[in-house]
Ligand binder design. Structure first.
Ligand SMILES: Nc1ncnc2c1ncn2[C@@H]1O[C@H](COP(=O)(O)OP(=O)(O)OP(=O)(O)O)[C@@H](O)[C@H]1O
Length: 362
């Protein structure tokens, strides 16, 4: 539905988009995830027609959008900086897109639409207030409402929940996908928050330095991250990445030999590698899987679980265990850990400016 082909965009000496390729399918909720400056906003503006690419093609429903003005593209974009009318009421701000000749709706129908969206976004009580008097979080919800009230063939949402407090953000995240308009409309949603991307995205595209480095479902991105940087972006506590080498029989060993894993790496013996172990995949004790032995370094309560950092020779790993399993555990206590072979990820070692790519095992 939305297709970006080889998009380049520079601002002076800064390259914002560097041959970006992206496909968002009809009706899909697609999350574009990346750090600040990766090119997320520029991508949205390019789709909306607010920025013209230096080269490359923007397709909407298969049609080349070159020369098509933003208001003729039929997409609705919500900016992180709200672009609202501060002196007008929240209701007027929501209603104004429906008054444009393009979307004009009968007054009763407009009222009904606005009422329904306001209800879902929890802003019904604010409709008579002037936007200038509202908090940032309230304004952000009005801005989101302003986008969702109007019929569009795609919604482009730029960090629409970023100014909400944690509790409200979590609640809105859950509700956003239940909104009928969102369910039925292709949505390209920008965020730098991997939890949000995992929660919302039917598919996720990871953007870095103006390029998409990986696209996939949350399972694909979680279980087969294309490189160490994508692996680090998802999951808290962060994935453990243990440096070592591929042994003669294709296994893994750390430099001090304190960690040995019988893998069958698809790499030459002697290759510098990183083994990725997610903290929730390492089990204290446990019966099945590869064994690791070490000593407790530190424990920290994380709400429902306990994060235990374990020294394995010169290296250390973090794991998250149910609180009951860590009772009485203290610094320097010996522990045995297990990790199931299918939960091991193997990467090339990182090089300056180039995160190690997933190697895989046989
Ligand atoms: N109008 C502009 N003039 C000059 N440089 C710009 C302009 N817009 C974006 N850039 C630069 O292009 C790059 C990509 O910016 P963009 O806003 O798309 O990133 P982003 O991923 O949305 O980041 P953030 O999460 O911080 O908004 C950045 O280096 C940014 O400084």
């Amino acid at each position: 539905m939305i297709g970006l082909r080889g998009i380049h965009k520079t601002y002076g000496k800064t390259t914002a988009l560097d041959g970006l390729e992206l496909d968002v399918r009809e009706g899909e909720f697609f999350c574009l995830l990346g750090p600040s400056g990766a090119g997320k906003t520029t991508t949205l503006k390019t789709v909306a027609g607010l920025e013209r690419p230096d080269s490359g093609t923007v397709l909407l429903d298969g049609k080349d959008m070159a020369g098509v003005e933003p208001y003729d593209r039929g997409v609705a974009m919500c900016f992180e900086s709200y672009a609202l009318y501060p002196h007008r009421s929240a209701y007027d701000n929501l209603a104004s897109p429906l008054r444009s000749p393009r979307h004009r709706l009968p007054a009763a129908e407009a009222r009904e639409r606005i009422g329904a969206i306001a209800e879902l976004l929890g802003i019904s009580g604010l409709l008579d207030r002037r936007v200038g008097q509202l908090s940032n979080g309230q304004r952000q919800r009005i801005a989101l409402g302003r986008v969702l009230v109007r019929p569009a063939r795609a919604f482009l949402l730029d960090e629409p929940l970023s100014h909400l407090d944690a509790k409200l953000r979590q609640q809105m995240r859950a509700e956003l996908k239940a909104i009928g308009a969102v369910q039925h409309t292709t949505t390209l949603y920008v965020t730098h928050d991997s939890v949000e991307a995992l929660a919302l995205g039917d598919r996720i595209g990871v953007i870095r330095d103006g390029r998409i480095v990986q696209t996939g479902t949350r399972e694909e991105i979680w279980y087969r991250p294309c490189d160490t940087e994508v692996a680090r972006a998802f999951g808290r506590p962060r994935i453990n990445l243990l440096p070592g080498v591929v042994t003669d029989d294709g296994g893994f060993r750390t430099a001090d030999g304190k960690v040995e894993l019988p893998l069958t790496a698809k790499a030459q013996p002697g290759t510098d590698v990183l083994v990725g172990l997610r903290p929730r995949d390492i089990v204290l004790g446990g019966a099945a899987g590869h064994e690791l032995t070490g000593t407790v370094y530190v424990t920290e309560v994380l709400g429902r679980g306990v994060e235990v950092t374990v020294r394995l020779g010169e290296q250390q790993v973090s794991l998250v265990a149910p609180r009951g399993d860590t009772t009485g555990l203290g610094p320097d206590d010996p522990v045995r850990l297990t990790v199931r072979p299918e939960n091991l990820l193997l990467f090339e070692a990182d090089r300056p400016g180039r995160p190690g790519r997933l190697i895989g095992t046989r």
